[in-house]
Design a protein around this ligand. Sequence first.
Ligand code: F6P
Length: 325
Amino acid sequence: MGKINCIGILTSGGDAPGMNAAIRAVTRAGIAAGLKVKGIYRGYEGLINNEIQEFTTENVSNIIQRGGTILKTARSKEFLTPEGRKKAYDNMVEQGIDALIIIGGNGSLEGARIFAEEFDVPCIGLPGTIDNDIACTDYTIGYDTAMNTALEMIDKLRDTTQSHDRCSVVEVMGRKAGFIAVNVAIAVGAEAVITLERPYDLDAIAAKMVKTKNEKGGKHHFIIVVAEGVGQTENISRTLQEMTGIESRVTVLGHVQRGGSPTLRDRVIATEMGYHAVELLEQGIGNRIVGLKDGKVYDIDLQEGLAMKKPFIDQRYDIFYDTAY
Ligand code: F6P
């Protein structure tokens, strides 16, 4: 790999709080190391459409506390085609960009892997998704903020659920993963959690609800957390209501979980990851994913990292049920 003089940075796929902190860290560390940093807008789409701007440190001032991504984001269909990727490459060359830092989820990192392979462009991936579903890292940028947002919302929901002696079935994000669901369920003291990774038994949940309700001093309201990927939230609510006779309401938290000012954890980890990505490129190392392992920032080969399978948090899931009610 030749010497790198100019880094392009983009955010791709679903946004996640903390992406701005990573953009800031890359820009500042890059400039401090004597490199040019160019911001690419709207992810791979912006690379194809040449929406690129050279950044100074001012472009990234006052953004560390802001949710979303100042670079905007997109899920580019054109980048999935060889013609789209060729256009992206031609623009990169024209802009004098020698290496890319991509912040996004599995799909975005897979795009980086293909692009790096096709055009021999050094790419560094940073894990950015609220779902925490990237196998080669214990942590993805945005996960902590999203869980804290869900926590705050469900705490509010419990107030009204309790006043009405109802059941609230709350859907949290996680298209393919139940990490947010399990952690949030523990933290809000939910009565049940339903995820894709484990089978669920509505008869057992309903029986427990009725038993608890009939006990002297027992609970008359219930919070059931469902991961989005299960795809059965309405059904689960209706079925539980029919089985228990307890009035049930559905709340879908949705995209609110993707917004908001990042927590300290997201800001710090995003900063460390962004800094590490620049360090790698400075040393002439490309095609890595930066991740967190055992509390430390590390990096792994793009292809190897993407081929890994993420284990579910089985122990935490079991702890949830052993302490539920
Ligand atoms: O991958 C993050 C995520 O927030 C998922 O949890 C959710 O299913 C999806 O993105 C929603 O994506 P979109 O922004 O396309 O609605």
